[in-house]
Design a protein around this ligand. Structure first.
Ligand SMILES: Nc1ncnc2c1ncn2[C@@H]1O[C@H](COP(=O)(O)OP(=O)(O)OP(=O)(O)O)[C@@H](O)[C@H]1O
Ligand SMILES: CC(C)(CO)[C@@H](O)C(=O)[O-]
Ligand code: BAL
Length: 302
Protein backbone atom coordinates (compact mmCIF):
# COMPACT_ATOMS: atom_id res chain seq x y z
CA UNK A 1 0.00 0.00 0.00
CA UNK A 2 2.77 2.40 1.02
CA UNK A 3 4.72 1.34 -2.06
CA UNK A 4 1.88 2.37 -4.42
CA UNK A 5 1.44 5.75 -2.74
CA UNK A 6 5.13 6.44 -3.18
CA UNK A 7 4.93 5.50 -6.86
CA UNK A 8 2.07 7.89 -7.45
CA UNK A 9 4.27 10.76 -6.38
CA UNK A 10 7.32 9.71 -8.32
CA UNK A 11 8.13 8.53 -11.83
CA UNK A 12 6.01 6.30 -13.92
CA UNK A 13 6.36 2.55 -13.61
CA UNK A 14 7.36 0.44 -16.62
CA UNK A 15 6.22 -3.17 -16.71
CA UNK A 16 7.08 -5.69 -19.38
CA UNK A 17 5.54 -8.87 -17.98
CA UNK A 18 1.91 -9.85 -17.52
CA UNK A 19 2.72 -10.95 -13.96
CA UNK A 20 4.10 -7.48 -13.07
CA UNK A 21 1.10 -5.72 -14.64
CA UNK A 22 -1.30 -7.95 -12.69
CA UNK A 23 0.60 -7.28 -9.45
CA UNK A 24 0.44 -3.52 -9.99
CA UNK A 25 -3.28 -3.66 -10.74
CA UNK A 26 -3.98 -5.95 -7.76
CA UNK A 27 -2.27 -3.48 -5.40
CA UNK A 28 -4.41 -0.63 -6.76
CA UNK A 29 -7.59 -2.70 -6.48
CA UNK A 30 -6.79 -3.66 -2.91
CA UNK A 31 -6.81 0.04 -2.09
CA UNK A 32 -10.21 0.42 -3.77
CA UNK A 33 -8.78 2.47 -6.62
CA UNK A 34 -10.41 2.73 -10.04
CA UNK A 35 -8.28 1.87 -13.06
CA UNK A 36 -8.27 3.47 -16.51
CA UNK A 37 -6.52 1.74 -19.41
CA UNK A 38 -5.22 3.55 -22.52
CA UNK A 39 -4.23 0.98 -25.17
CA UNK A 40 -1.72 2.27 -27.75
CA UNK A 41 0.97 1.16 -30.16
CA UNK A 42 3.29 3.91 -28.88
CA UNK A 43 5.21 6.70 -30.60
CA UNK A 44 2.93 9.00 -28.69
CA UNK A 45 1.39 12.22 -29.96
CA UNK A 46 -1.26 14.65 -28.70
CA UNK A 47 -4.05 12.20 -29.69
CA UNK A 48 -2.72 9.55 -27.31
CA UNK A 49 -1.95 12.14 -24.64
CA UNK A 50 -5.51 13.46 -24.80
CA UNK A 51 -6.75 9.92 -24.12
CA UNK A 52 -4.32 9.71 -21.19
CA UNK A 53 -5.39 13.07 -19.73
CA UNK A 54 -9.05 12.09 -20.02
CA UNK A 55 -8.27 8.84 -18.22
CA UNK A 56 -6.35 10.81 -15.58
CA UNK A 57 -9.42 12.93 -14.83
CA UNK A 58 -11.73 9.93 -14.52
CA UNK A 59 -9.67 7.29 -12.66
CA UNK A 60 -7.45 6.90 -9.60
CA UNK A 61 -4.84 4.95 -11.54
CA UNK A 62 -3.99 5.23 -15.26
CA UNK A 63 -2.24 2.46 -17.11
CA UNK A 64 -1.12 2.83 -20.71
CA UNK A 65 -0.22 -0.18 -22.83
CA UNK A 66 2.38 0.24 -25.56
CA UNK A 67 2.47 -2.75 -27.87
CA UNK A 68 2.88 -2.89 -31.64
CA UNK A 69 0.55 -5.83 -32.04
CA UNK A 70 1.73 -8.11 -34.86
CA UNK A 71 -1.59 -9.94 -35.25
CA UNK A 72 -3.34 -6.81 -36.55
CA UNK A 73 -0.81 -6.23 -39.34
CA UNK A 74 -1.21 -8.01 -42.67
CA UNK A 75 1.62 -9.35 -44.82
CA UNK A 76 3.52 -6.48 -46.47
CA UNK A 77 2.20 -3.88 -44.00
CA UNK A 78 4.45 -1.65 -41.90
CA UNK A 79 4.90 -3.85 -38.78
CA UNK A 80 8.71 -3.74 -38.94
CA UNK A 81 9.08 -0.06 -39.71
CA UNK A 82 6.29 1.16 -37.38
CA UNK A 83 7.96 3.94 -35.28
CA UNK A 84 9.03 2.91 -31.78
CA UNK A 85 10.69 5.02 -29.03
CA UNK A 86 9.91 3.83 -25.54
CA UNK A 87 12.12 6.37 -23.74
CA UNK A 88 10.39 9.27 -25.47
CA UNK A 89 6.97 7.69 -24.82
CA UNK A 90 7.79 7.22 -21.17
CA UNK A 91 8.45 10.93 -20.65
CA UNK A 92 5.40 12.04 -22.61
CA UNK A 93 3.13 9.58 -20.80
CA UNK A 94 4.44 10.72 -17.40
CA UNK A 95 3.68 14.32 -18.37
CA UNK A 96 0.09 13.37 -19.20
CA UNK A 97 -0.40 11.75 -15.78
CA UNK A 98 0.04 8.08 -16.69
CA UNK A 99 1.02 6.01 -13.64
CA UNK A 100 2.24 2.87 -15.36
CA UNK A 101 3.17 1.63 -18.80
CA UNK A 102 2.69 -1.98 -19.78
CA UNK A 103 5.02 -2.66 -22.71
CA UNK A 104 5.30 -6.41 -23.23
CA UNK A 105 7.48 -8.17 -25.79
CA UNK A 106 5.69 -10.06 -28.55
CA UNK A 107 6.56 -13.43 -26.95
CA UNK A 108 4.95 -12.33 -23.68
CA UNK A 109 1.62 -11.73 -25.42
CA UNK A 110 1.89 -14.51 -28.02
CA UNK A 111 4.10 -17.29 -26.64
CA UNK A 112 4.88 -20.29 -28.85
CA UNK A 113 1.73 -22.36 -29.32
CA UNK A 114 -0.59 -19.36 -29.02
CA UNK A 115 -3.87 -20.34 -30.73
CA UNK A 116 -6.84 -18.21 -29.63
CA UNK A 117 -8.34 -15.32 -31.61
CA UNK A 118 -11.42 -13.12 -31.20
CA UNK A 119 -13.55 -12.36 -34.23
CA UNK A 120 -16.24 -9.66 -34.20
CA UNK A 121 -18.44 -10.40 -37.21
CA UNK A 122 -20.30 -8.03 -39.53
CA UNK A 123 -18.90 -4.70 -38.36
CA UNK A 124 -15.41 -5.80 -39.39
CA UNK A 125 -16.30 -6.71 -42.96
CA UNK A 126 -16.46 -3.11 -44.25
CA UNK A 127 -14.15 -0.05 -44.35
CA UNK A 128 -10.72 -0.87 -42.86
CA UNK A 129 -11.83 -4.46 -42.28
CA UNK A 130 -12.31 -4.93 -46.02
CA UNK A 131 -8.98 -3.27 -46.89
CA UNK A 132 -7.01 -5.00 -44.13
CA UNK A 133 -8.31 -8.58 -43.83
CA UNK A 134 -7.61 -9.97 -40.36
CA UNK A 135 -6.86 -6.52 -38.91
CA UNK A 136 -9.81 -6.37 -36.51
CA UNK A 137 -9.35 -10.01 -35.51
CA UNK A 138 -5.90 -8.96 -34.29
CA UNK A 139 -7.24 -5.81 -32.61
CA UNK A 140 -10.12 -7.66 -30.88
CA UNK A 141 -7.72 -10.38 -29.73
CA UNK A 142 -5.11 -8.07 -28.23
CA UNK A 143 -7.71 -5.76 -26.66
CA UNK A 144 -9.43 -8.80 -25.07
CA UNK A 145 -6.08 -9.91 -23.68
CA UNK A 146 -5.36 -6.41 -22.33
CA UNK A 147 -8.80 -6.25 -20.71
CA UNK A 148 -8.19 -9.63 -19.05
CA UNK A 149 -4.72 -8.65 -17.85
CA UNK A 150 -5.55 -5.16 -16.55
CA UNK A 151 -9.29 -5.55 -15.79
CA UNK A 152 -9.79 -1.78 -16.06
CA UNK A 153 -12.95 0.04 -15.01
CA UNK A 154 -12.68 2.21 -18.11
CA UNK A 155 -10.75 1.98 -21.38
CA UNK A 156 -10.07 4.88 -23.73
CA UNK A 157 -10.15 4.87 -27.54
CA UNK A 158 -9.85 7.66 -30.11
CA UNK A 159 -12.52 8.39 -32.69
CA UNK A 160 -9.84 8.77 -35.36
CA UNK A 161 -10.13 4.97 -35.48
CA UNK A 162 -13.92 5.20 -35.55
CA UNK A 163 -14.56 1.65 -36.75
CA UNK A 164 -12.19 0.28 -34.12
CA UNK A 165 -14.18 2.05 -31.39
CA UNK A 166 -17.46 0.61 -32.72
CA UNK A 167 -15.94 -2.89 -32.94
CA UNK A 168 -14.59 -2.69 -29.39
CA UNK A 169 -17.92 -1.52 -27.99
CA UNK A 170 -19.54 -4.56 -29.62
CA UNK A 171 -16.78 -6.87 -28.33
CA UNK A 172 -17.34 -5.61 -24.79
CA UNK A 173 -21.09 -6.04 -25.07
CA UNK A 174 -20.96 -9.49 -26.68
CA UNK A 175 -18.29 -10.95 -24.37
CA UNK A 176 -19.59 -9.22 -21.20
CA UNK A 177 -16.35 -7.46 -20.32
CA UNK A 178 -17.04 -5.31 -17.22
CA UNK A 179 -15.39 -2.21 -18.71
CA UNK A 180 -16.77 1.15 -19.85
CA UNK A 181 -15.50 2.20 -23.26
CA UNK A 182 -14.84 5.94 -23.40
CA UNK A 183 -14.28 7.54 -26.79
CA UNK A 184 -12.32 10.75 -27.35
CA UNK A 185 -12.70 13.12 -30.36
CA UNK A 186 -9.96 13.21 -32.99
CA UNK A 187 -7.07 15.52 -32.18
CA UNK A 188 -5.79 17.41 -35.22
CA UNK A 189 -2.74 19.41 -36.30
CA UNK A 190 -3.48 23.16 -36.61
CA UNK A 191 -4.17 22.72 -40.35
CA UNK A 192 -6.65 19.88 -39.73
CA UNK A 193 -4.56 16.76 -40.42
CA UNK A 194 -5.54 14.08 -37.90
CA UNK A 195 -2.62 13.23 -35.63
CA UNK A 196 -1.20 9.79 -36.32
CA UNK A 197 2.06 8.03 -35.57
CA UNK A 198 2.22 7.29 -39.30
CA UNK A 199 2.41 11.02 -40.16
CA UNK A 200 6.10 10.57 -39.37
CA UNK A 201 6.50 8.70 -42.67
CA UNK A 202 5.45 11.75 -44.75
CA UNK A 203 7.97 13.99 -46.53
CA UNK A 204 7.09 17.71 -46.86
CA UNK A 205 5.27 17.27 -50.21
CA UNK A 206 3.34 14.29 -48.90
CA UNK A 207 2.50 16.20 -45.72
CA UNK A 208 0.86 18.86 -47.91
CA UNK A 209 -1.03 16.22 -49.91
CA UNK A 210 -2.18 14.56 -46.68
CA UNK A 211 -4.37 17.57 -45.97
CA UNK A 212 -6.64 16.20 -48.70
CA UNK A 213 -8.27 13.86 -46.16
CA UNK A 214 -9.54 16.64 -43.93
CA UNK A 215 -10.50 18.79 -46.90
CA UNK A 216 -12.47 15.94 -48.46
CA UNK A 217 -14.32 15.25 -45.20
CA UNK A 218 -15.24 18.91 -44.87
CA UNK A 219 -16.35 19.05 -48.48
CA UNK A 220 -18.56 16.00 -47.93
CA UNK A 221 -20.05 17.53 -44.77
CA UNK A 222 -20.62 20.83 -46.56
CA UNK A 223 -22.49 19.10 -49.40
CA UNK A 224 -24.71 17.30 -46.90
CA UNK A 225 -25.34 20.51 -44.95
CA UNK A 226 -26.37 22.24 -48.14
CA UNK A 227 -28.96 19.53 -48.79
CA UNK A 228 -27.27 16.80 -50.84
CA UNK A 229 -28.73 13.42 -49.81
CA UNK A 230 -27.28 11.12 -52.49
CA UNK A 231 -24.37 9.27 -50.89
CA UNK A 232 -22.84 8.44 -54.28
CA UNK A 233 -22.61 12.14 -55.19
CA UNK A 234 -20.92 12.95 -51.88
CA UNK A 235 -18.47 10.04 -52.25
CA UNK A 236 -17.53 11.11 -55.74
CA UNK A 237 -16.91 14.73 -54.70
CA UNK A 238 -14.75 13.58 -51.78
CA UNK A 239 -12.72 11.25 -54.01
CA UNK A 240 -12.21 14.11 -56.49
CA UNK A 241 -10.84 16.34 -53.72
CA UNK A 242 -8.32 13.66 -52.78
CA UNK A 243 -7.17 12.84 -56.27
CA UNK A 244 -6.56 16.56 -56.97
CA UNK A 245 -3.52 16.30 -54.68
CA UNK A 246 -0.27 14.83 -56.04
CA UNK A 247 0.82 11.37 -54.88
CA UNK A 248 -2.54 10.30 -53.46
CA UNK A 249 -4.50 7.11 -54.06
CA UNK A 250 -7.93 6.34 -52.63
CA UNK A 251 -8.25 3.10 -50.65
CA UNK A 252 -11.88 3.84 -49.76
CA UNK A 253 -14.27 6.76 -49.48
CA UNK A 254 -17.36 5.85 -47.48
CA UNK A 255 -20.66 7.44 -46.57
CA UNK A 256 -22.05 4.90 -44.13
CA UNK A 257 -24.49 4.53 -41.27
CA UNK A 258 -22.57 5.59 -38.15
CA UNK A 259 -24.05 2.78 -36.00
CA UNK A 260 -24.21 -0.26 -38.28
CA UNK A 261 -21.33 0.93 -40.54
CA UNK A 262 -23.38 -0.22 -43.56
CA UNK A 263 -22.99 1.86 -46.75
CA UNK A 264 -25.79 4.34 -47.40
CA UNK A 265 -27.56 5.23 -50.61
CA UNK A 266 -29.69 7.96 -49.11
CA UNK A 267 -28.12 10.14 -46.43
CA UNK A 268 -30.12 10.18 -43.18
CA UNK A 269 -29.71 9.67 -39.42
CA UNK A 270 -26.21 9.43 -37.93
CA UNK A 271 -23.83 9.40 -40.85
CA UNK A 272 -20.17 8.45 -40.95
CA UNK A 273 -17.92 10.00 -43.60
CA UNK A 274 -14.75 7.91 -43.58
CA UNK A 275 -11.63 7.77 -45.71
CA UNK A 276 -8.52 5.70 -46.16
CA UNK A 277 -5.98 7.26 -48.49
CA UNK A 278 -2.52 6.28 -49.61
CA UNK A 279 -0.13 9.22 -49.65
CA UNK A 280 2.93 7.68 -51.28
CA UNK A 281 3.48 4.47 -49.31
CA UNK A 282 1.65 5.70 -46.23
CA UNK A 283 -1.95 4.74 -45.58
CA UNK A 284 -3.84 7.39 -43.59
CA UNK A 285 -7.39 7.28 -42.25
CA UNK A 286 -9.78 9.96 -41.04
CA UNK A 287 -13.51 10.39 -40.50
CA UNK A 288 -16.25 12.71 -39.41
CA UNK A 289 -19.78 12.04 -38.16
CA UNK A 290 -22.90 14.07 -38.78
CA UNK A 291 -26.45 13.84 -37.59
CA UNK A 292 -29.06 14.48 -40.29
CA UNK A 293 -32.23 15.20 -38.31
CA UNK A 294 -35.45 16.70 -39.68
CA UNK A 295 -33.42 17.09 -42.86
CA UNK A 296 -30.86 19.38 -41.17
CA UNK A 297 -27.22 18.19 -40.81
CA UNK A 298 -25.48 18.72 -37.45
CA UNK A 299 -21.84 18.08 -36.65
CA UNK A 300 -21.61 15.29 -34.09
CA UNK A 301 -18.71 13.46 -32.43
CA UNK A 302 -19.97 10.59 -30.32
N1 LIG B 1 -5.48 12.02 -33.67
C1 LIG B 1 -6.02 11.27 -32.71
N2 LIG B 1 -6.99 11.75 -31.93
C2 LIG B 1 -7.56 10.99 -30.94
N3 LIG B 1 -7.19 9.72 -30.70
C3 LIG B 1 -6.22 9.18 -31.47
C4 LIG B 1 -5.59 9.92 -32.51
N4 LIG B 1 -4.68 9.12 -33.10
C5 LIG B 1 -4.74 7.94 -32.47
N5 LIG B 1 -5.66 7.97 -31.49
C6 LIG B 1 -6.06 6.87 -30.61
O1 LIG B 1 -4.96 6.41 -29.86
C7 LIG B 1 -5.11 5.01 -29.62
C8 LIG B 1 -3.86 4.34 -30.03
O2 LIG B 1 -3.69 4.48 -31.43
P1 LIG B 1 -2.37 4.16 -32.20
O3 LIG B 1 -1.28 3.89 -31.24
O4 LIG B 1 -2.64 3.20 -33.28
O5 LIG B 1 -2.02 5.57 -32.82
P2 LIG B 1 -2.15 6.12 -34.23
O6 LIG B 1 -1.45 7.40 -34.25
O7 LIG B 1 -3.59 5.99 -34.62
O8 LIG B 1 -1.34 5.15 -35.08
P3 LIG B 1 -1.57 4.94 -36.59
O9 LIG B 1 -2.26 6.12 -37.15
O10 LIG B 1 -0.20 4.81 -37.05
O11 LIG B 1 -2.43 3.71 -36.62
C9 LIG B 1 -6.33 4.56 -30.43
O12 LIG B 1 -7.45 4.50 -29.57
C10 LIG B 1 -6.47 5.66 -31.43
O13 LIG B 1 -7.80 5.82 -31.90
C1 LIG C 1 -6.21 -0.55 -29.86
C2 LIG C 1 -4.80 -0.92 -30.30
C3 LIG C 1 -3.78 -0.44 -29.26
C4 LIG C 1 -4.72 -2.46 -30.33
O1 LIG C 1 -3.45 -2.87 -30.73
C5 LIG C 1 -4.47 -0.38 -31.70
O2 LIG C 1 -5.31 -0.90 -32.67
C6 LIG C 1 -4.42 1.12 -31.75
O3 LIG C 1 -3.38 1.64 -31.36
O4 LIG C 1 -5.41 1.76 -32.15
N1 BAL D 1 -4.72 2.73 -34.87
C1 BAL D 1 -4.91 1.47 -35.59
C2 BAL D 1 -3.71 0.65 -35.51
C3 BAL D 1 -3.27 0.11 -36.84
O1 BAL D 1 -3.31 0.84 -37.83
O2 BAL D 1 -2.88 -1.04 -36.92
Amino acid sequence: MIELQAKEMTVLELMTTIAAARKFVAAARQQGKSIGLVPTMGYLHEGHLTLARTAREQNDVVMMSIFVNPTQFGPGEDLERYPRDLERDRKLAAGAGVDAIFAPAVAEMYPPGYATYVQVEGLTEVLCGASRPGHFRGVATVVSKLFNIVQPDRAYFGLKDYQQAVVIKRLVRDLNFPVDIITVPTVREPDGLAMSSRNKYLDPDQRRSALALYRALNLGAELIRSGERRAAVVREAMAGEILARPGTRVDYVAVNDAETLAPLEEIKGRVLLALAVWVGNTRLIDNLTLEVKDDVAHHDEK
